[in-house]
Design a binder for this molecule. Sequence first.
Ligand SMILES: Nc1ncnc2c1ncn2[C@@H]1O[C@H](COP(=O)(O)OP(=O)(O)OP(=O)(O)O)[C@@H](O)[C@H]1O
Ligand SMILES: [Mg+2]
Length: 231
Amino acid sequence: MVTVLETSDLEKIYMMGNVSVHALCGVNLTVEEGEFVCILGPSGSGKSTLLNMLGALDIPSHGLVKIGKQDVRTLNDYELAVLRRKIGIVFQFFNLIDRLNALENVELPLSIVNIKGSERKERAKSLLELVGLKDRILHNPSQLSGGERQRVAIARALANNPDFLLMDEPTGNIDSKTADELMNLIEDLNKKQGITIVMVTHDQSMTKYATRVINLLDGQIKKTGEKIDAH
Ligand SMILES: Nc1ncnc2c1ncn2[C@@H]1O[C@H](COP(=O)(O)OP(=O)(O)OP(=O)(O)O)[C@@H](O)[C@H]1O
Ligand SMILES: [Mg+2]
């Protein structure tokens, strides 16, 4: 088995003036290649904080975060930037650029790594096709539904062939029917494309798509669910 993510005694403390907020209190988590891990927890339990650590977007206060073979605390800014390119992140509020159409939004991470013109367009198109948006590539985000926007965000997150995908409440802002369709797509990405996924959510009904469920409460893992074979 190949370990893609590992945390050990992970703590995150936010300082608010003189008051400290313990958002994560000793999280031990290992994610293997091919898993679809769902982290379930109520609002304020530390889900986004944990996801930000796993995406190397923030640095732990104490403890270890290992992404692939790399301990994030040992990396400089340049090395962190390189590492982040191999991580696909989907945020709750889409974070798409509204002046750009769907195709251009997906092309953006490809242009950052200097993939040129026609190759970039082809790859972006095929990713949008993969997420079921072949007929919407010229629409701007404001001309798309919530579910469609999230599909664009997923296509964008996949652009640079990430080692794994992190998703923060991907269905948080869409209705339940659209959410189920989106989750079927995400499940397919895991099962058919073999993409390793870590998703956080407060919605119990989204856990059924995952191969493993972890409960987070007050910054601590409560109980690890039964592990099903990923494939
Ligand atoms: N930048 C910050 N500064 C101070 N406290 C923070 C900061 N970000 C989060 N917190 C606090 O840390 C705790 C965990 O927050 P986090 O955003 O990780 O929760 P969450 O599980 O993602 O919640 P939600 O489901 O509402 O998105 C909360 O008590 C929150 O108030
Ligand atoms: Mg959150």
